[in-house]
Design a protein. Sequence first.
Length: 124
Amino acid sequence: MALALSPSRIVIKLAQAGVKRTTSLFRSAGIGGRDYAGWTQRAEVCARCPLVVVKCGKSYCGRPFLSQIARDEPTEGCGCPIGPKAKDPNEHCPRDEHFSPRATDESGTCNCMWCQSQRTADRA
Ligand code: SF4
Ligand SMILES: [Zn+2]
């Protein structure tokens, strides 16, 4: 399902993508924080996700962002490359297990696929 975006919303989304990309480059250069310690577990969750798109040998959460700016993230993915997204401690998967938007409750518990998987692993 493609969503219509206003021109100003498109500019905001492009700016957000640029900030994410820059942050990811800094982090991979050892500047601006460390990779999320459980990023491989996140990547394993993504490997089982039907929203993954592989393009030019790289895995993305849905179609790459610039090929589809307007999107419903829980059902189409956010468009980020999975490696840098999984390594970013501030990132979350955009969906829950029902392909609804992820949400955080009053206690700060996130129901995204990554956080649910992390809690399951912590309990094991
Ligand atoms: S971040 Fe979530 S929606 Fe995106 S590919 Fe990974 S599991 Fe799927
Ligand atoms: Zn989460």
